[in-house]
Ligand binder design. Structure first.
Ligand SMILES: [Zn+2]
Length: 298
């Protein structure tokens, strides 16, 4: 059995674990994201301890961002312009590489989650996949030809602009940069701010879900038209409201209006736009997928 280290580097907590595959999950530690120095020291200490038991092949880090993914850049493997205090321009991948002397796979948390769903989810014959996470923020990981898309920086499809009907939803939006972008309209804090109660306490038949489904369908349509992914996965805390799925699928079909003539859209959209299959293992599996990808790239 081959063992991999996984770091889910989140803005509020870090989760470090040891895995061999999605069904073989060993040690785990969780701690709050405090200062960069303290947080990275705890990460290094965990893996140093585990290395006494497990011969790790590599470690994957799925990281909150924005991050620098350009391997030619002097700040590759850094968290860059994050609004999180003290974490601007923090080196992550390089610190772990030097301290632990292991290959370090590094990418955004959403690219990690997308790669995990692509690798172990229900997208067997696909070569492309988009993974949207809708929770405290909205982000998207994009896989094309089996690789996470980086490009100029990395996709920020949580911030695409949305057509809003102000008569139905006059909410000005929650994004500090764009007000009513996708995240500004759909993230958990935007729902709470708009309705006064958290999304998870909103009744399943509340009319707002239809409004939200329309926005998320617009995002899916943008991906269908631009990336033409073979699979769209919608995850994150807000998407635990499973009643959204049939609403979003129907709205995607309505908005595309017959323009994309493909059986996945026209007949099998239930298999095309789906919840993640990895559930609460998605984060660790995402980081493990990045570790494995790093080894394959060497
Ligand atoms: Zn935005």
């Amino acid at each position: 059995m081959k063992y991999y280290g996984a770091v889910e580097a989140g803005g509020t907590k870090f989760v470090c674990s040891i895995l061999a595959d999605p069904d073989h999950y060993f040690e785990e530690v969780r701690f709050p994201t405090t200062t960069p120095q303290e947080t990275l020291e705890r990460t290094v200490a965990f893996f140093r301890e585990q290395q006494k038991t497990y011969a790790l092949e590599a470690i994957g880090v799925s990281c909150f961002g924005p991050v620098d993914l350009n391997q030619e850049s002097p700040t590759y493997g850094y968290i860059t312009t994050t609004p999180k205090p003290n974490w601007q321009y923090t080196e992550v991948a390089g610190v772990l590489q030097r301290e632990l002397n292991l290959p370090i796979g590094f990418d955004t948390d959403v690219n990690g989650a997308a790669l995990a769903e692509y690798t172990w989810g229900n997208s067997k014959k696909a070569s492309s996949l988009v993974y949207y996470t809708v929770g405290t923020g909205v982000g998207a990981g994009v896989i094309i030809n089996g690789m996470p898309v980086h490009g100029l920086v990395h996709p920020e499809a949580g911030h695409i602009l949305i057509r809003q009907d102000y008569e139905i939803d006059p909410y000005p939006g929650h994004c500090p940069y764009h007000s009513n972008c996708l995240e500004g309209l759909c993230c958990g804090p935007a729902i709470q701010d708009r309705l006064g109660i958290p999304a998870q306490n909103l009744p399943q038949d509340h009319p707002f879900w239809k409004v939200l489904a329309n926005y998320l369908a617009q995002a899916c349509v943008a991906q269908v038209c631009q990336i033409s992914p073979e699979k769209i996965v919608l995850g994150g805390g807000v998407m635990e409201q499973l009643q959204l799925f049939p609403m979003i699928r129907a709205e995607v079909v309505r908005l595309l209006n017959g323009y994309i003539q493909h059986p996945m859209i026209l007949n099998n959209i239930d298999e095309y736009i789906t919840p993640p299959v990895l559930g609460n293992r998605a984060g660790a599996c995402g980081a493990m997928a990045l570790a494995k990808l790093k080894l394959e790239a060497r």
